[in-house]
Unconditional design. Structure first.
Length: 230
């Protein structure tokens, strides 16, 4: 059975937009994750708020939102279109996580979902990014810094692997993913970058002071300036 690529890409967006962090926190923990901690719907804030098992569950589910559409949906189009459709579905899933229609287009930062896509499209670059994230987190306990460095390294390694013609007809979409999604992830971390520059970024495992503000831009901006990575 074949399907129109645009249908598959739109479906991938809606899958990516499933707010697992919000749902698990609401129905398993009885809290609105957007109103506690850093107010981010990603795995790190769920981990800090509800504990490791819920944080890991959100991490895995968010990664699967990217992995499954990228891996499976290409099977519904002719073989000559499969690779580009897989990339399109992966990009759509990450955008869905960042800007979910179910939560007023206020979502996470796309790291876990992007990782799920990257494992399918660029496993070697994804492995390099994971190593960079692990080393950075282990030495600094800064999740945001690890996420930023891992995203940049993925882009560099993946484009390097595609040389000398990264925008050739058969791989241009992978280059587009490898440059655009890391750039979006870094942009989503702009508040974290400002805090890193000022030396105010929270470290993983560090308790937040009750009187500390949760974000830079005021009490109503709960998605773009928090200190979690996902």
């Amino acid at each position: 059975m074949t399907m129109t690529p645009f249908v598959l890409i739109f479906a991938s967006y809606f899958i990516g937009a499933i707010p697992w962090g919000f749902l698990i926190a609401r129905y398993c923990g009885g809290v609105d994750i957007r109103q506690v901690g850093s107010r981010n719907i990603g795995a790190t804030n769920v981990w800090r708020t509800l504990g490791a098992k819920f944080g890991v569950a959100v991490l895995l589910l968010d990664a699967l939102k990217g992995l499954l559409p990228t891996l499976l949906f290409m099977r519904f189009v002719p073989i000559e279109m499969q690779f580009h459709v897989a990339v399109g579905c992966g990009i759509a899933a990450v955008i869905g996580h960042m800007f979910p229609c179910w939560l007023g287009f206020r979502g996470g930062k796309g790291v876990a979902t992007g990782l799920g896509v990257a494992v399918v499209l660029g496993p070697y670059a994804a492995l390099a990014a994971l190593v960079a994230f692990g080393i950075t987190l282990g030495t600094t306990r800064l999740v945001s810094l690890g996420s930023i460095l891992a995203s940049v390294l993925f882009a560099v390694v993946q484009v390097w692997l595609l040389l000398p013609h990264p925008f050739a007809a058969d791989i241009w979409s992978l280059s587009l993913f490898s440059l655009s999604i890391p750039l979006l992830i870094v942009f989503q971390h702009r508040g974290n970058i400002a805090r890193l520059w000022r030396g105010e970024e929270h470290r993983f495992g560090e308790k937040r002071k009750p009187e500390e503000p949760n974000e830079l831009d005021g009490p109503n901006e709960c998605d773009q300036t928090n200190d979690d990575e996902d």
